[in-house]
Write a protein that binds this ligand. Structure first.
Ligand SMILES: Nc1nc2c(c(=O)[nH]1)N[C@H]1C(S)=C(S)[C@@H](COP(=O)(O)OP(=O)(O)OC[C@H]3O[C@@H](n4cnc5c(=O)[nH]c(N)nc54)[C@H](O)[C@@H]3O)O[C@H]1N2
Ligand SMILES: Nc1nc2c(c(=O)[nH]1)N[C@H]1C(S)=C(S)[C@@H](COP(=O)(O)OP(=O)(O)OC[C@H]3O[C@@H](n4cnc5c(=O)[nH]c(N)nc54)[C@H](O)[C@@H]3O)O[C@H]1N2
Ligand SMILES: [Mo]
Length: 761
């Protein structure tokens, strides 16, 4: 029986209010905005107390993003507006109790906006949505664990279960979570990374033998040139603006490559420097390359052609450290400049002038994020960017390297400690040695294949360690069906989200402690550890009183499920409850299982934590088959929108954290309210006989499939012609499940072909 829940955010019935995009980022408005969020969500004292601990030694890791803190001087609170919002959102004094669920059915809640759902406050006690019921009712922790174990054991085979992970989860919890899945007998460990930087991991592993970046924060201070490609740091990694400002002080040039002129890249006023705040701000970017959506592979191909043709490459580096140069050189000798110009939207002359800057720059860092990783040809694009670095020897050298800027604060750490649907032979062996668990060899499902399995009835129990898979994935309507097909869905969560409402026949909400909160176990207060975007592992310890006495830590929840399962079906040598008493015991097992964690418990107690080994960065060692860094060549594949079709990217506003919407405002882009908007070039608006403010319907086109989404407002925006932008997660119902990047299988959230029609037509 259907509960008649709505899987997509409700349609807004008021037009957006728009103004001019801001000319500078951060500054006094950012402080005001932070205070506003702090006061409304956690009360004045709460917000000041929690902010004073963020990213300080002995404090907690900011849940905002994975950008690192300066080595050695983390005593100055690294402060940013959006990190503060993420903290305030978790540290809110508002609470959701059992009464709330008694009052509101899931169907009724699903008709509320994402902003409303999140603003109801913290989840405080475990809740069950029983089969055939319309409301969640209270359940004890013990009964919750028993129910999960019972449903898991009733499956025909372990591969009918899914263990999803979102990237805020600590190393300790993530490590146990993947042990639980593998011990139960499956590698079905999809994670948010599959929708995020999977393309980076895949491309880099093949090119340079490690799926991570190769720079340290300090490299920014000796870089001559920094390319910021497909990334909006002013909103999504605001502390990176400080690094860019300092890099400029040390003489770096910065080029931003983006279809939009994002405000953070225009001017930046540092919120902790009063003089800068009074002035007109530092100009961050020296040059903006207004690339068309998905034009990056063409752009870098043109650039590399110029370097090769002019013999502007580093012979010694290429000879000593790379493989495949001669083939690459032959393939790139003759490029079709018309094709390059039309796909990238950038003239040959401009590409040549940037190639000259690249050649003349002694050390280059390339940073990128979702504007690069979420296309059908993301892996190819990233490998072409890597080629630029290999040509100039910009790897493993001071001030130079590759820098995929990670999103979730511990997404990189989760992968390092084993969250991966593919278990390598060495991981399988190490897990067996340290825990007795026998991991199957068969590859598990990633985020896209997990959806397919649930849709086809081949997976029936969906368990989530954080996140909001329903709204974060592509093709929202199909994901809702996938969820509804499950026998049981269970969500370890801090805040209410739409996935809790669009569920399997039975569903559990399992509320956990957040980063900001004290985690007290029988041996005393615990800390957890996380890894940032530059491979530094450090501790994180909350100091706030937990939102409720009933909350358990993520670690305790995994152990609870595992113990219930072990009593039905023994799977390991572990005493899970003993591990919960003292997280040092978990770190000891991580040390025995995952390379690079020697002396984990002592090194993680050092003030700034420790760096994990990074062979390309540390000593120009490449763990590839050729034992060198590989040049890779791919033909340029292009999107082919027909006339009157547009290429759409789905992006974040300034006031959201992924699927968590704080408000309808997108301050830097001049949107004062309204999220159901389509940003379009004014000439395209005119030529299509539209007017700004028109209500339009969007239809995405993929192979023979059409997907409609009704009632969007057109907004004039400075975006290349033929391109449009909408917000995630509202637009996710338009992204086809089968439209994914080759190699990484990441949904193409930045390359969606859409038709736009007036609503009344
Ligand atoms: N406040 C806040 N912070 C966050 C998050 C959040 O939601 N809110 N999310 C976190 C997470 S998980 C992640 S992964 C990161 C995401 O950080 P970003 O990657 O910065 O996030 P997006 O909003 O997806 O921005 C993509 C940028 O790429 C550009 N772009 C789109 N298509 C193309 C293209 O084809 N080529 C080029 N060159 N550019 C393109 C867009 O104009 C936009 O500026 O942020 C993390 N930090
Ligand atoms: N169209 C489109 N889709 C996208 C993207 C895009 O750019 N465009 N970006 C993709 C990207 S980069 C990502 S990373 C994914 C994000 O996908 P997810 O990580 O699945 O989604 P989030 O919105 O970050 O998850 C928010 C929920 O996490 C829970 N949570 C918060 N903190 C904690 C905690 O400490 N512990 C636990 N257990 N739970 C917690 C809260 O209940 C909250 O509601 O979305 C992807 N989807
Ligand atoms: Mo992400």
């Amino acid at each position: 029986m259907s509960r008649e829940t709505i899987e997509t955010p409700p349609i807004e019935d008021t037009p957006p209010i728009t103004g001019k995009p801001s000319s500078s980022a951060a500054g006094a408005t950012a402080i005001l905005s932070t205070i506003k969020h702090g006061i409304t969500r956690s009360g004045v004292t709460g917000s000041i107390r929690s902010l004073s601990k963020v990213n300080k030694f002995g404090g907690f890791d900011c849940p905002g993003c994975a950008w690192p803190d300066p080595d050695g001087h983390r005593t100055i609170a690294e402060f940013c507006e959006n990190g503060a919002k993420a903290v305030a959102d978790e540290a809110t004094s508002k609470k959701i109790t059992a009464n709330f669920f008694q009052k509101h059915s899931v169907a009724e809640l699903s008709r509320k906006s994402d902003e409303w759902l999140n603003s109801q406050g913290r989840l405080t006690s475990p809740m069950l949505l029983d089969e055939g019921m319309d409301n969640y009712t209270p359940i004890s922790w013990k009964e919750s664990f028993e129910l999960i174990a019972e449903e898991l054991c009733s499956l025909e085979n372990p591969d009918q279960s899914i263990f999803y992970t979102s990237g805020r989860t600590s190393n300790e919890a993530a490590f146990l979570w993947q042990l639980l899945a593998r011990g139960f007998g499956t590698n079905n460990l999809p994670d948010c990374s599959n929708m995020c930087h999977e393309s980076s991991g895949f491309a880099l592993s093949d090119s340079i033998g490690i799926g991570k970046g190769t720079v340290k924060l300090d490299d920014f201070n000796s870089a001559a040139l920094i390319l910021v490609v497909g990334q909006n740091p002013g909103t999504n990694h605001p502390r990176m603006l400080t690094a860019l400002r300092d890099a400029k002080k040390h003489g770096a040039s910065i080029i931003s490559i983006n279809p939009l002129i994002e405000t953070g890249m225009k001017k930046f006023k540092h919120p902790q420097n009063p003089l800068e705040m009074l002035g007109s701000g530092k100009s961050i970017s020296d040059r903006h390359v207004r690339i068309k959506i998905n034009g990056d592979i063409a752009f870098f191909r043109g650039l590399n052609n110029c370097l090769v043709k002019n013999d502007h490459y580093d012979q010694n580096f290429i000879l000593e450290h790379t493989s495949g140069f001669e083939d690459y050189k032959a393939s790139i000798q003759n490029v079709d400049w018309n094709q390059i110009e039309s796909i990238s939207g950038i003239s040959r002359q401009e590409i040549e002038s940037i190639a000259k800057i690249v050649y003349e720059s002694k050390s280059i860092i390339t940073c990128w994020a979702m504007g690069i990783t979420q296309h059908h040809n993301s892996v190819e694009t990233i490998q072409e960017m890597v080629n630029t670095h290999l040509l100039g020897g910009h790897i493993g050298r001071k001030g130079a390297g590759l820098c995929p800027v990670r999103g979730h604060s511990n997404v990189q750490g989760d992968r390092t400690v084993g969250i991966n649907n593919i278990a390598s032979p060495s991981l399988i062996q190490n897990i067996e040695n340290s825990t007795g668990i026998k991991t199957p060899n068969k590859h598990g499902f990633d985020a896209v294949n997990a959806a397919r399995a649930m849709l086809e009835g081949n997976a029936k129990v969906y368990l989530a360690m954080g996140g909001n898979y329903l709204s974060a994935m592509s093709d929202t309507k199909l994901i809702a069906k996938a969820m509804n097909n499950c026998q049981l869905t269970a969500f370890v969560s801090t805040k209410l989200n739409r996935n809790h409402l669009v569920t399997g026949k039975k569903s559990l909400i399992l509320p956990c402690l957040g980063r900001t909160e004290v985690d007290e176990q029988t041996t005393g207060k615990q800390f957890v550890s996380v890894e940032n975007s530059m491979g530094i592992v450090h501790s994180s310890q909350g100091h706030m009183k937990p939102a409720s006495d009933e909350l358990l830590s993520e670690v305790a929840i995994v152990a609870g499920i595992a113990s219930a399962l072990e009593s039905r079906r023994p799977m390991s040598d572990l005493d899970w409850n003993n591990l919960v008493e003292d997280y040092d015991r978990i770190r000891d097992i991580i040390e025995q299982t995952i390379p690079g964690f020697n002396d984990y418990n002592s090194r993680v107690r050092a003030k700034a934590g420790f760096y994990l080994p990074n062979p390309p960065r540390d000593n120009l060692t490449f763990n590839t088959q050729t034992e060198k860094a590989n040049f890779r060549f791919h033909n340029i594949s292009r999107l082919s929108p027909e006339e009157n079709e547009y290429v759409m990217m789905t992006i974040r506003s300034h006031d959201q954290y992924n699927t968590t919407v704080y408000s309808g405002e997108d301050r830097y882009r001049g949107i004062k309210s309204g999220r159901r908007i389509v940003m379009m070039n004014p000439i395209d608006i005119k030529e299509s006989n539209f007017s700004a403010g028109d209500l339009v319907n969007l239809t995405s086109v993929f192979q023979e499939e059409l997907r409609p989404s009704l009632n969007w407002y057109l907004v004039e925006y400075d975006i290349p012609r033929g391109n449009v932008a909408t917000y995630f997660p509202e637009a996710n119902e338009l992204i086809p499940l089968n439209s994914t990047a080759s190699g990484s299988n990441t949904p193409t959230s930045k390359s969606v072909i859409v038709r736009v029609r007036k609503s009344q037509d």
